[in-house]
Design a protein around this ligand. Sequence first.
Ligand code: ZN
Length: 299
Amino acid sequence: MKIGIDVGGSHVALGIIDNNKLICKKEQDYLFYNEDMSEIVLETIIELIYKTINQYKIEKKDIDLIGVTFPGTVSNGVVIKAENLGIENLQIEKEIKKEFNTKILLQNDAKSAAKAEKEYGSLKNYEDALFLIIGTGVGGAAFLGGNLLVPKRYSGFEVGHMVIEKDGEKCNCGRKGCFEAYSSMKRLKQKIQKEFNLPDINGKNIKKFMLENRENKKLNSILDTYIDYLSIGICNLINIFEPEIISIGGSFAYYKEILLDRLEEKLQERKELYNKDTIPKIVVAKLKNDAGIIGAVIK
Ligand SMILES: [Zn+2]
């Protein structure tokens, strides 16, 4: 029995995986926010594991592996940096091992979700593929010839921090004009909240608002700008990797019917910029939010 944990910007998701099947799923929001979320994230993970194994009457010795996937740079069981959670050098493997003496596997969230999509989801039948995770930030992973490209030292492919606008908007990483500073769902939601004065609206209601105001000029202009920047970043990636398919996960997938066609149209328009006959297939992740927890336990 394996436990997959997906650490997100606002909550932790956990799944129990037995014989490659996800048999239950649980989520817990962070109870409060600090500039440095290290302690809160760690406590939430440990609490959620205890809660789940107690409920399902699982003994600690029956846990073969705890896989943790993190939005940021990871290396050898340590979260080197997770900007959106204000975390640096968190010894996650060591800390979880203190409570649950089993194998711990720490991976970058985009890489593990990409593995899950390649094994069970949208990328299953493709050799050259890109996976993007667009949510609080923007992460990525690439397969060439069916193999996930893995750098030796860190997790790599921090596609969210490629600059697409010189002296542009400030990013959490400290640079200006990063892809993520324009293309994360967090930035899109913030823009809609600000422009329409909806400070307390949640994700579900933002989607409803977007669907109900499809004809609204201001909303369409916000979406056009968003898609414009998103497509610039994606064009860069197409030029570098020439994927057959691009699969997008994270909360972007939840807004599929509003965003996906627009993105495809924009990429068609920009086709001549990257000198391709056809654009890659653009899809949303099949495993949706489960990709993180399923991929967390794939080595
Ligand atoms: Zn950045």
